[in-house]
Write a protein that binds this ligand. Structure first.
Ligand SMILES: [Zn+2]
Length: 68
């Protein structure tokens, strides 16, 4: 995975960064979630990661995760 400064300078990969609104991790292009490091000028969109879905909404997790 490219560091942020390289990713943001490479137009192909600089689309919206999806950040979990609960744990603040970001989703990588490989559908992995890792710690988010803020970068000036980045464009974020907020969602929720599978780990937080299972922790916060255990009853709904199977349904929600099936749609992710
Ligand atoms: Zn999360």
């Amino acid at each position: 995975m490219l560091p942020h400064h390289l990713r943001n300078s490479c137009g192909v990969l600089s689309d919206l960064i999806r950040v979990c609104c609960h744990c603040r991790r970001e989703r990588t292009t490989h559908d992995e979630w890792r710690e988010h490091v803020p970068v000036a000028g980045e464009q974020l969109t907020h969602g929720i990661c599978p780990d937080c879905i299972e922790m916060l909404y255990p009853d709904l997790a199977p349904t929600l995760l099936a749609r992710v």
